[in-house]
Ligand binder design. Structure first.
Ligand code: CAA
Length: 260
């Protein structure tokens, strides 16, 4: 499929997906949301893809939010649909078998921060800027931001960020636990790709099931989450990856995982 607003590059099991509307700071209009959903759905089905890195085109922005020009014309019903479609995209990222890393190279605001928060973890450059400006537009985050942020950093810090509409630095987002690591701008993608390669070298089924256990477990009681974890642990013992991983350890060689 051809994408008007995305650049997709794949090499050695890692796909870099770049949102490419730099003239509007990569704002998410309904076309971009649809393209992202289609692209990620296909990447999830592609056995050659082990890890996805999402970033924004240009030096200034990851994604500066949902497209305010397009949103300003929406009816209440259309806004509800727009939010549902944005949320479907974020849930797809949560449900994908492959890890998705956000490489935040500039503004990650509103829907852009929601996209980053839906990813499995966030790396940022020193130019990363994070915030939910929605209350200044008379609305609230609509792509799952209130839910994901409060779960990630706790309600008090989430309240301060969302109620004030303030934009915070990458350093503060790191201190608040939103961002795993902060790098110089030119180091951001190389570092994200380095981590992606490290993950891609592991058993893909183990990585996929670990993601499932963590994501699914967050909406379960701890006891149910542990029960689910034990089931996934057991299932992995029916795979070649488990035999290869443990066999390679015992034979003192590097494992060659096949993802089955
Ligand atoms: N939607 C549409 N266009 C946007 C945009 C957005 N979210 N963000 C930036 N742009 C456009 C600007 O309109 C401008 O276009 P023109 O050149 O045609 O005027 C271009 O991108 C460059 O932006 P600025 O000139 O404003 O750049 P700046 O450096 O002066 O400011 C900024 C940067 C602080 C990020 C500022 O652009 C800004 O505040 N953007 C809006 C951020 C925002 O409010 N995001 C939340 C949107 S609501 C949302 O996302 C809801 C949801 O949860 C689903």
């Amino acid at each position: 499929m051809e994408f008007k607003n995305l650049l997709i590059e794949s090499s050695d099991g890692i796909t870099t997906l770049t949102i490419n509307r730099p003239q509007v700071l990569n704002a998410l209009n309904s076309d971009v949301v649809r393209e992202l959903e289609c692209a990620l759905y296909e990447l999830d089905l592609d056995a050659a893809v082990k890890v996805v890195v999402v970033t924004g085109a240009g030096e200034k922005a990851f994604v500066a939010g949902a497209d305010i020009k397009e949103m300003s014309e929406l009816t209440s019903f259309e806004a509800h649909e727009f939010a549902r479609r944005g949320q479907r995209l974020m849930l797809l990222i949560n449900r994908m078998r492959k890890p998705v890393i956000a490489a935040v190279n500039g503004y990650a605001l509103g829907g852009g921060l929601e996209l980053a928060l839906a990813c499995d973890f966030i790396y940022a450059s020193e130019k990363g800027k994070f915030g939910f400006p929605e209350v200044g537009l008379g609305v609230i985050p609509g792509f799952g931001g209130t839910q994901n942020l409060a779960r990630l950093i706790g309600p008090n810090k989430a309240n301060e960020l969302v109620f004030s509409g303030r934009i915070i630095s990458a350093a503060k987002a790191h201190a608040w636990g939103m961002v795993n690591e902060v790098f110089a701008q030119e180091e951001l993608l190389p570092k994200a790709l380095e981590t992606a390669r490290e993950i891609a070298g592991k058993g893909a089924l183990g990585v996929a099931y670990a993601k499932d256990a963590i994501v699914s477990g967050l909406s379960m009681t701890k006891e149910d989450g542990c029960r689910y974890e034990a089931s996934l642990f057991g299932v992995l013992f029916a795979t070649g990856d488990q035999r290869e991983g443990m066999g390679a350890f015992l034979e003192k060689r590097t494992a060659e995982f096949k993802g089955k």
